[in-house]
Design a protein around this ligand. Sequence first.
Ligand code: SP5
Ligand code: ZN
Length: 318
Amino acid sequence: MKIIYSPIHKKHSPKWEIINGKNVSYAEVPERIEQIVKELQKNGMSSCIKAPKRFSERYIKSVHNQHYIDYIKKGSQKEAKKKGNDGYFTTFFINDLCAPLTPFTYDAARESVNCSLTGARLLKEEPVIYVLCRPPGHHAEANRMGGYCYFNNAAIAAEYLSQNGKVAILDIDFHHGNGTQQIFYERPDVLYVSLHVDPRVGFPYTAGFANEKGANDGKGFNKNFPLPLGTTEADYEKILTKACNLIEEYKPSSLVVSCGFDTYEKDPIGGFKLSIPFYEKMAKAIKGLDLPTLVVQEGGYNITDLGKIAYSFVKGLN
Ligand code: SP5
Ligand code: ZN
């Protein structure tokens, strides 16, 4: 199994986000991906790790608005010229206070897309690819950043893969992928299925409700499974089976997994009760769909255990 990784993400490292009116240290840190890489290497997977190829900005434009792309690029450049470089929070093109623009935000977000597209292209040759995207992407809408996300890596890859047939997206991050849902909401050729914390009690609060089922031609091709805080493995497994059944019925030609590890029992911002060995089980269920599968890293914030969670998941995919 190939794993796509680039060190460029490390240059994007905001100091804080604003939660309930207070500056708190940024949860989406470079150590996340570095810990995963370290653990995979420790388990003999060094030769699987490959660098991404470079893709033109027009792939980003296939999903995002040009003004939005330029705003991230110019905002990052503007930050690079300032003294201090603490990052700042934009007042336009933004959903929340968790996605500051810093000097290398554009470069890192662009490289994260290079990673997901490299993985998508490799699906022709290999059945399963794991891409270590950072920053993550599923909260990024066509023209709005938020929730640590700038460009929607999974959506851009799904758009690319949709040229060759129907695509299913399975989002197993703790949070609902409001960006991905919005981007494909009126499309029947891309199915979005998500398991996430009930938006009445968790981020992103404004999307992820069960009655959001798609619109116009896309009606019936968006499925949300909001789950309560404290969801156990037994309950999660039941819903994951339902989600997998829906994907099977849809008969897609490929699958994109928006893979967050913030469902982990000790995640600092999550609230489900999944243990490290359970990730192997989840991956096996996904593997059971027997589809070309692109696994795209989204969230997961327990730095100490993130590597072990990722390795458990990878074992299930292999
Ligand atoms: C990609 C991704 O996982 N983005 C998530 C962004 C969530 N940001 C808001 C965090 C709110 C933290 N609430 C703390 C609850 C502690 N129990
Ligand atoms: Zn998340």
